[in-house]
Structure formats: C-alpha cells, structure tokens
Design a protein around this ligand. Structure first.
Ligand code: NAD
Ligand code: WQD
Length: 335
C-alpha cells in the first residue's frame, strides 16, 4: 500500500517514513524544502535500504499534486507539511493560514479528485488552549492562543466536516504533545534553522557548545519545581503512532481525534538533568522571566490511543536524551 507523506523529509515526517517502510508500506514524499534538505532521502535510505521518491513542490500547487497522484497509486495520505513556529505565526498570520489551511484544503481537493479517502493529520496539543485541566482529553473544548494553533483548530474542523459529508472518508486527527529525540542511527533528528524556539534543540546546542547557557523561562509556575511541565514523546514513538493510525483507518470510517503523548510530564529542569546524564556533565542555565503564552503544564490523556490504536509509547526520557545527543554529536562532528 502506497502512502503519500507530505512534509515527509521534515523532523517528524522523516522518522515516520522510516517506520512506514519498516512496517511494509511504500512511501512517496512531497516536500517544498522550506524547512528540510533533500539529503534526508539518503539518510532514510541508509537506515532502511529503501530509496523513496521525493517530489519537490508545494502542497498548494494543484499541478504538482496531479503529477504525484497520477504517477502513483496513492492509498492514503499523511499530511505533515505546514509552518510550525508559534511566534512567527503571530508575526505572519496570513502566511500561516495560507500554508497550513490552504495546503490542507488543496490536499483534500486532490484526494477527492483521485478517490483517496484515508487521511492522517498532524494536529497538536496546542488545540487544547490555555484553560483546560490536565491531562487533556480528546473531547475537551478546543481553543488556541496563537495563529499557528488556530490553523490546527481550523484544519481539524475542515477534516471533520469532510468526513461527515462523505461516509467513505477516514480521518485520524493526531494531537502530538512535545516530540523530542532522534532515530537511534543518529542520521535523522531535529535541526531547526536559526535559534531554536523549542527547549530540546536548545539544550542540545548548549551541550554542543554552540550556545553558552539555557534560559529557563519561568521558575514560578504551579509545578513541583516551578518550571513548566510538558508531555515529551520520543519522535520514534510518535512515528509509530502514525503506522498504528493507518492500520486503524483500514477498518474505521469518520474522523477521530487521538492524543499521542507519553501521558507523563517532565519539568524543564528534569529534561535538562536527563540531558546532562546523557552528556555526562552539568550544563549551564539561568532563570529568566516566563515566556509569553506559556502555561504551567500540558499532559496527554492516553486511554483513547491505547484503546483505538493499541498504542503505548516505548521510550522514556533517558532514551529521548541519549538519542537526541547522539544525533547532535554526529551533526556537529563531536568526538
Ligand atoms: P518540519 O518543519 O520539520 O517538517 C515540515 C515539512 O513540511 C518540512 O520538510 C517542510 O519543508 C515541509 N513543508 C512546509 N510547508 C510545505 C508546503 N506548503 N508544501 C510542501 N512541503 C511543505 O516540522 P515537524 O516538526 O516535522 O512537524 C510536522 C507537522 O507536525 C507539522 O504539521 C507541525 O505543525 C506538526 N506538529 C509538530 C510539533 C513539533 O513540536 N515538532 C508538535 C505538534 C504538531
Ligand atoms: C517547553 C518548555 C518553555 C525553550 C511548542 C508549541 C506547540 C508544539 C510544540 C507544534 C516550556 C520551556 C523552552 C527555552 C525554556 N508545536 N523553555 N527555555 O511551548 O510546550 O510547545 O512546541 O504544534 O504548539 O507551542 O514547547 O519546547 O518551546 O517549551 O525554558 O529555551 O520549555 O517555557 O515550559 P511548548 P517548547
């Protein structure tokens, strides 16, 4: 069975391609290279011994989609392609709505044209907004505190309406918590362009000596050590969730929102200390004021993923840090 993976050489997409290939799927990637490099195709080949076709193009380009769907017998789509930087979305909301919502509508139209009805969507825990109690359950009310988050809320709605309008459609709205870590090979991982916004790649660069210290944003949160708590999930576990979701869609119609998280939160200081363990020495940090828009804690309710997808995460925080550090060392040529 052939899966079209949009944004398939990005951080989560590349790990998902590996898991799909290892589960026996044929994979085709469409990516506009706005946040990725074609050499990732070589890395995926090194890991899996399979060369996957890469179409370089934009999901909003109907000519490119025609080419992909006519040259391949696509059975299902996993749609990662999107812009994902929260502060950037505040500065450039129209670009975010255009790429994320416009891209999703464009893919849906192509799927309708070519009779493809299975869709796995990259949603985010950000759709739970700032007012829900933890752990977050799939039936909680949705809201968002940024244009990025609003694009996810809007795309979930569009996909749910699409599935409601056509009984042949099967949609998994996968709400990711905080993906970190890297593939065990050290060949693929998270390598954001510019200064990372997210905690894990920032710690990794402090450990690599690129930045002098970590700024810990806030130590007065309502959490055991005062720093923000998040539900970190190993990116390989997250990728496995997509394979489980595709299996589920084989036998289930309609749209279903499903959390993908570990169901356990760690504070900023706990993540830092776990990374120090992987590196083998202390890492410098300083406390700074809270970052605008951050909340005390985010954590997934995981029962629905367990029940519907028979899914449980395998890797703990130590492996997330060991694997992330291996990738960082390889990337910067350390040791
Ligand atoms: P990423 O930026 O590494 O990957 C996205 C890929 O899509 C990139 O390769 C990029 O070049 C490509 N792309 C972007 N816009 C495109 C377009 N218009 N047409 C074709 N290709 C395009 O991001 P990621 O971390 O792998 O995230 C993948 C998805 O998961 C995104 O939808 C993101 O919003 C969602 N998500 C990510 C996180 C996270 O923390 N990384 C959390 C929740 C949800
Ligand atoms: C985690 C914790 C920070 C950086 C974001 C998006 C979310 C989703 C995942 C896509 C917080 C603290 C961070 C730093 C720090 N993406 N921190 N120093 O904010 O939970 O989620 O990425 O959907 O939508 O909002 O992740 O890694 O940025 O922050 O102290 O240099 O680390 O305050 O408590 P977040 P994060």
């Amino acid at each position: 069975m052939k899966v079209l993976v949009t944004g398939g050489i990005g951080y989560i997409g590349s790990h998902t391609c590996v898991e799909l290939i290892e589960a026996g799927y044929d994979v085709v990637v469409l990516d506009n290279l706005s946040n990725s490099h074609p050499a990732i195709i070589d890395a995926i080949e090194k890991i899996t011994s399979k060369r996957i076709p890469l179409y370089v193009g934009d999901v909003r380009d109907s000519d490119v989609l025609d080419k992909v769907f006519t040259e391949n017998e696509i059975d299902s789509v996993i749609h990662f392609a999107a812009l994902k930087c929260v502060p950037e979305s505040v500065r450039m909301p129209v670009e975010y709505y255009d790429c994320n919502v416009g891209g999703t509508i464009s893919i849906i139209k192509a799927m309708k044209k070519y009779g493809v009805t299975k869709f796995v969507f990259s949603s985010s825990a950000t759709v739970y907004g700032a007012d829900n109690p933890v752990p977050f359950k799939e039936d909680f009310p949705l809201s968002a505190t940024s244009p990025y988050g609003m694009t996810k809320v809007a795309m979930e709605r569009i996909l749910t309406d699409t599935a409601n309008a056509d009984e042949n459609w099967s949609v998994a709205l996968l709400r990711y918590f905080n993906p970190i870590g890297a593939h065990k090979s050290g060949l693929i991982g998270d390598n954001p362009q510019g200064i990372p916004n997210n905690l894990f790649p920032y710690i990794a660069r402090v450990a690599a000596g690129i930045y002098p210290e970590l700024s810990v944003f806030g130590n007065d949160y309502n959490t055991p050590d005062g720093t923000g708590v998040r539900d970190y999930i190993h990116v390989v576990d997250l990728a496995r969730g997509h394979v489980a979701a595709l299996d589920y869609l084989e036998t289930h119609k309609g749209a279903e929102a499903i959390n993908l998280g570990a169901g356990h939160g760690y504070s900023v200081l706990e993540v830092l200390h776990a990374f120090e363990k992987a590196v083998g020495h202390k890492l410098p940090f300083k406390f700074m004021p809270r970052r605008a828009g951050d909340i005390d804690e985010m954590c997934a309710h995981t029962e629905k993923a367990e029940k519907l997808l028979s899914y449980k995460t395998k890797y703990g925080i130590d492996e997330m840090c060991e694997d992330g550090w291996r990738y960082t060392k390889k990337f910067y040529g350390i040791e």
